[in-house]
Design a protein around this ligand. Structure first.
Ligand SMILES: Cc1cc2nc3c(=O)[nH]c(=O)nc-3n(C[C@H](O)[C@H](O)[C@H](O)COP(=O)(O)OP(=O)(O)OC[C@H]3O[C@@H](n4cnc5c(N)ncnc54)[C@H](O)[C@@H]3O)c2cc1C
Length: 386
């Protein structure tokens, strides 16, 4: 067993950290207020971080999941509001799916634009009737000559404004054989500016730098060659993408958790209460020790899940580890943020301390983004009990 990064991985991590601490960290409060600037996305593109697992022939790096996890960690270390991490993991997870299952034509149309930072690529799965039960979606896609007509609605969809303003679209799940349950779902690449797509915005409480919205398909026209892979296989492609994205969520939470814990440690080293430094109270020092231990556990689980994704991407055990990491990473980061806020007293509750951005961002992963917590437990328990 070898826990060390290779020389190449370590150099990539160092170079990315240096770039992000210089270019991203200072603008995160602005991102939280106004959104991720497209100029930043373009400027970061030469580092190869957008849709990085995508193969080189369509502009990607062919990066391993471990390297993608390192990148997610570094991005959230710089922007712990999670907005940039969400952009990263959407491009990565859904770029990976499009590259793995899409036709050459579709891959060549979309992926070079995503890897260059020009276009946005996301996922449109959740509907007003629920997001956890993916097999229960109601949106339909009916073929008419060489076009599919989509009807239905998607909600809480990340990146609608970015897709409208930068270009791009979403991998969209729709029923092509409605009677066949999860075996009757297909996946389509739907450019947001397609005829028959209506867009409206939703305001979230956190990760404000990336938009959320509703997509309505009113006989939305999608060319047949925009179907990803085979008809009726979309559910399986989506699960592959979610497993990938879940590991990156956890990696982002590890990065955010580590940065915020470091900020808390610096604070308690200097803050005096009752004539003693906060760090010299065991109540604080032991809490810090426990949080650091939990963080290390979350990190090891994330790296193991990424390692498994690299070797056994479609195995049940990998899906379970991805769910375990998604269950653990956000909760660990949340506990760290909560404790650091308490250590900082009233200052922790101010916008100046920046911690509240992380608090609002991490909660999104607990309530639903990339799957709710009980759904992670469902995946793990199914593996336990069959
Ligand atoms: C910030 C944010 C961004 C998002 N971005 C996207 C996006 O880009 N694309 C997209 O498609 N979706 C997106 N989503 C939606 C997300 O995928 C859903 O929130 C998630 O799948 C849960 O669906 P739901 O919110 O409809 O909750 P529901 O499915 O209605 O679940 C409600 C509650 O019931 C629990 N639950 C569900 N099943 C069980 C069970 N069997 N046993 C016990 N408890 C259960 C859940 O854990 C949850 O707490 C986003 C969500 C958020 C918060």
């Amino acid at each position: 067993m070898d826990f060390s990064l290779t020389e190449e991985e370590r150099l990539f991590q160092e170079e990315l950290r240096e770039f992000l601490q210089k270019e991203l960290r200072p603008i995160t409060p602005k991102i939280d207020r106004e959104g991720i600037p497209h100029e930043f996305v373009k400027k970061a593109a030469p580092l190869g971080i957008w849709a990085m697992p995508v193969s080189q022939e369509v502009g990607g790096q062919g990066a391993s999941f471990l390297v993608s996890s390192i990148a997610a960690e570094e991005i959230a270390r710089a922007d712990f509001s999670m907005a940039t991490a969400v952009l990263f993991l959407l491009e990565s997870g859904w770029g990976y799916v499009l590259d793995k299952y899409g036709s050459r034509d579709l891959r060549e149309t979309v992926l070079p634009k995503v890897t260059s930072g020009d276009w946005f690529l996301g996922i449109a799965s959740t509907e007003p009737t629920g997001g956890s039960d993916v097999a229960g979606i109601k949106t339909t896609a009916k073929r008419e000559n060489s076009t599919y007509l989509l009807n239905g609605q998607k909600i809480y969809i990340s990146g609608v404004t970015e897709a409208l303003e930068w270009g791009g679209g979403h991998l969209t799940l729709a029923k092509t054989s409605p009677e066949a349950g999860h075996k009757g779902i297909s996946m389509f690449y739907v450019p947001i500016k397609s005829k028959g797509v209506e867009v409206s915005k939703i305001e979230n409480m956190g990760r404000m730098g990336i938009s959320s919205g509703i997509l309505r398909y009113l006989n939305a026209e999608v060319p047949e060659n925009f179907m990803v892979g085979e008809k009726d296989k979309g559910f399986y492609y989506a699960m592959d993408g979610f497993n990938h994205a879940r590991v990156l969520v956890s990696a982002a939470c590890v990065g955010a958790g580590e940065t915020i814990l470091d900020m808390g440690i610096e604070y308690v080293k200097s803050r005096e209460v009752f004539s003693k430094k906060l760090k010299d109270y065991e109540a604080i020092a032991f809490e810090a020790a426990e949080l650091k231990t939990r963080l290390e556990m979350a990190k090891l689980l994330t790296y193991k899940a990424a390692w498994m994704m690299d070797r056994f991407p479609n195995s049940d055990e990998t899906a379970m580890l991805a769910a375990m990491s998604k269950l653990t990473g956000p909760q660990t980061a949340f506990e760290i943020i909560k404790s650091v806020m308490m250590w900082m007293g009233a200052y922790g509750y101010t916008k100046d301390a920046l911690i509240e951005m992380g608090f609002r961002g991490v909660v999104s992963y607990m309530v639903g983004a990339e799957g709710a917590m009980n759904v992670m437990k469902l995946i793990i328990s199914k593996r336990l009990f069959g």
